[in-house]
Structures are given as structure tokens and as C-alpha cells.
Design a protein around this ligand. Sequence first.
Ligand code: LLP
Length: 414
Amino acid sequence: MKAYFTEQTNFYGSSKPSELLREFGSPLYVYNESILRQRCREMAGLVPYSNFRSNYSIKANSNLELLKIVREEGLHADAMSPGEIHVLLAAGYRPEEILFVANNVSAEEMQYAIDKGVVVSCDSLSQLRQYGRLDPGGKVAIRFNPGVGAGHHAKVVTGGENTKFGINPEMIDEVRAILKEYRLRLAGINQHIGSLFMEPSRYLQAAKALLDIASNFEDLEFIDMGGGFGIPYRKQEGQQRLDITETGRGIAQLMEEWTSNYGKKVRLKIEPGRYVVAECGVLLGTVHAVKQNGSKTFIGTDIGFNVLIRPAMYDSHHDIEFYRDDVILKTETQVATVVGNICESGDILAKDREVPDVVEGDMIGVMDAGAYGYSMASNYNNRLRPAEVLIGLDGTPRLIRRRDTFEDLMRGFL
Ligand code: LLP
């Protein structure tokens, strides 16, 4: 028997999918507050080490209301751009709760963070020099590349020599020279080796490598081991969860061993994005056409890759549910390809998937769409980005971002 996530979790609360689509339009991002808080708590308490803090990586989902909930649950944040810093400050995060993990940023962008009092992590010697020129005598962080990578697709592996990220630890002498030249104090070091691992061995290997690098520097305030904690995207097939207890214990053990030599209980940070928000989001949509092209059956929906790009960009799998009259269709009768409404043949949501006997007017729910869903959505084909709705703890829905309008499409023109 397949597992149906929205049924198991009472995902839509007191609403029916059809009511949500009628009220807020189709397609629609629906988030469940109870699941979000649960995942926040798992990450906030991941590592049994007394000076530990989880930084939510807001690139995964930067909806203002979700950011407020994440902060309420005790997470701090990392940002990748001045825009992300701006939104975090608007959501109530204090500057000292934010780390700007900068990559190839301009002097103006760096200055923005400095002016706001946000610590900047530099990931090349060029950027470190730029920082030194802007804020001599200031406090800075450095992103290293531990030489180890991990991830669900080459495009999201961010450690190792084939990636643009981080400073190679062989350059520590040059790093020291730049710190000295500009009288910079190194507050912390960080890394992120990639996105979506389901067992912790590589993460732990990289963590060990980062701690070896940390031993080269005195009086660090923090060590940030990055994100990448995976979620099971194939729940319908019974995929197991990442063992977070084992993962947390493994990290704690490394930290304790390292601390006994270093002599100071340095703050440990991690940067989960996906783990916090992926599973609290379902993308609801509507089936508009079912057709046959030769031997292939296509199910045409309003969920194009402008709304959810992960399948088109990384061949990512998302579990899918279909609903008729708000009841999940559970009997699979055919193999079909589920597609969107964008003018490209790569606009595929699910290829050759076993699906029920779907007809026009049925509804579709794409599971685990809370991370890198809306945050990577676009107006390609001048389509409107969908609204976002939060099912609160009392089970009722609340609009937390309105759908785009035609005025939004025209906004930038002079
Ligand atoms: N820290 C840094 C510096 C990062 O670059 C990232 C993600 C994270 C933390 C959070 O990683 P997470 O815990 O979410 O795996 N769009 C892709 C994922 C790209 C991740 C980019 N960096 C996807 O949809 O799979």
C-alpha cells in the first residue's frame, strides 16, 4: 500500500483542496504550520552540544510569515544576498543572528551587510581582500572548501575542486597574510558541501576536515558546517528518513573531541534549508488536459516549471497525489507523463509515472514542494506566480502571499 502524505498528516486541516483552489486560485502553494514547527525543532536540537545553533538557509523559502515562525522556533539564519538580508531584517531577525555567506559579491553588496552589522563570510582571497579594504580592523568569516562534496545532482554539489565555492585550505598562509594586512579578526569559518544527503558519512568527513582547518586559527567564535540534510522525496515507496539522531551525535562527538584540544567551546552552527521547509509545502494544481501522443499519455496541468523548477532542472522526483471531489485517487491504471503549461518540451513534472485514471478538472498535489519551490519560481511566459497559503495550527488557511497580478508583470517598465 502506498503512503499518502496529505492523508497521513491531515495536511489541509479543515479545508478541502477544492476549497483552497476556489478561494486562492490554482496553482497554489499550501504550507502546514505544524509540520514546519516540527522540522524546525528537529534542526534546532539536532546536535547535543551545548553551544549549538541552527541557521535556517532562507534560499529554500523566504516567505516572510514562514521566516517569523522559524525564528520563533529558535533558529537563526544565513543569507546569500542583500535581498535575503533585507527580508530577514523585515521578519525580525537581528543582524547578529544572520550570516552573509557571500559568493562573488560586489563591494556595494558587501558594504550593505557591513552597514547593517551582519557578519560576512568570504569565499575567495579576492573577496577577503575586498572585505579588508571596506572594513579594515573589522570582523570577518571565511568559507573553506574541504575538498569533499555531496548532493543529489552535480548542480548542487558545492564542495570539492569542481565547484566554485570556498577557499582551498592549502591557501591558509595567504589567508593569514590578508587578515594581518587589514588587521581583520577571523570570527568564524564555514563550509557547505552540497544539498540533500540521506546518510551522514560525507558530511561527517567534511566536518572533520573543517575542524582540522579550524585548528589553524586562534580564538574562533563559531564554526559553521553548512546544510544539506536530506528529506525523503519518495515517501510513497517507503523511503526512510535521514537518521537525525545518528547525524547529530556524530557531529557532537567530533566537536567534543576537537574542543578538548582547542580549549574553548566554540559555537557550532549548521545551515539547513530543505530539511526545515520542504515537507511542510504541497503545491496544488489543476488538470486541464489529458492527451495521447502516439504511445505516450500526457497529463497537462497548470504546474509549469515556472512554478516548480526542480524536476526540469535536476530531474528531481516529487511524489504526486491526484484528487477528484477532494478524495485521493488511489488506483493506478496507467503510465503517463505529467506536464505543465510552459512552451518547452522539458516542462515535465513527472516522467512515465504510474498514475490513476485522471480526467480534466481533477486536482493534483505535488508533495515536498516547500523548499526551492516558490523561491525558484519565475514569471517565464509571463505567467503569474501563485499565492501562498498557510494552514495554521488550528487547521484554518491564511493567505501569506498573494498571487501575482498583471500589474506585477508591468511594474518594472518606465
Ligand atoms: N548553506 C549554503 C551556503 C548553501 O549554499 C545552501 C544551499 C544551504 C546552506 C542549504 O542547503 P540545504 O540544507 O537546503 O540542502 N535548488 C536546489 C538546492 C540548491 C542548494 C543551494 N545551496 C534544489 O532544489 O535541490
